[in-house]
Ligand binder design. Structure first.
Ligand code: URA
Length: 234
């Protein structure tokens, strides 16, 4: 990146002002005054303006990934397992996942380098609904559904209100859509287990009104401007 753009990207000055600062000798690269605004800055160069180190702000990126099973929600793994970072390969910005899906849970995972938005979405006061489709063992009787909707003890925590709808019930298993407004560790699995219907498969379909829809497993796409605005306004 050219020096004047680098300074502007750090929010220090306009490009024209950056040129002025440079020509006037206010800019150092790796400790030496440089008076050429068009010089190229590499990733390891240290740039100072008026004696203060600057770093360009990264462009904010917002992605949704359709996480497959058998992939860790993390950017690295010391045990060598596949992570979501292995699936998002052509994004140079330092993105990270927003929240977490279990190793074998599939579906919608947001990734961004916008720490402020990520923190806000993760905060419990936000109450953004997360909707999952679960395949569970057993029969989801009316009594069990009532408990799931009103709150169940998942071991030291009583869950809040949830919406649950049975999509299909067969003799031995059921498919249900559930929306929860909290995010305890493995919450959906623990809720169904608490009513005696352990989860066999779990898939996140939506976060609030943001749906995974037709995105293929393992692929990702950038959020639209509208979707980003929606998340910021939640
Ligand atoms: N609840 C779970 O049990 N697992 C997930 O991955 C997400 C929610």
């Amino acid at each position: 990146m050219r020096l004047n753009k680098y300074i502007a990207a750090a929010g220090m000055a306009s490009r024209r002002k950056a040129d002025e600062l440079t020509i006037n000798g206010n800019v150092k690269i790796n400790g030496e005054v440089v008076r050429t605004p068009g010089v190229d800055i590499g990733p390891d160069d240290v740039v100072e303006v008026n004696g203060r180190r600057i770093e360009p702000e990264e462009k904010k990126v917002y992605l949704m990934l359709h996480k497959p099973p058998g992939v860790l929600t993390a950017m690295t793994d010391d045990r060598g397992r596949l992570t979501v970072a292995d699936l998002v390969t052509d994004v140079p910005e330092r993105i990270f996942p927003v929240g977490r899906l279990d190793y074998n849970t599939t579906g919608l995972l947001l990734m961004t380098n916008d720490g402020e938005l990520a923190n806000r979405l993760a905060h419990p006061s936000h109450h953004v609904g997360k909707t999952y489709r679960a395949k569970v063992s057993g029969v989801l009787s009316d009594a069990k559904l009532r408990r799931l909707r009103q709150g169940v003890d998942i071991g030291g925590f009583i869950t809040g209100k949830a919406q649950v709808r049975v999509v299909r019930q067969t003799e031995r298993s059921a498919i249900a859509d559930i929306t929860i407004y909290e995010g305890k560790n493995r919450q959906v699995r623990r809720m169904f287990r608490a009513v005696g219907c352990p989860v066999q498969k779990l898939h996140r379909m939506a976060i609030g009104e943001l749906y995974l829809s037709r995105l293929a497993e393992g692929s990702y796409r950038k959020l639209t401007r509208r979707e980003i605005a929606y998340l910021k306004n939640l």
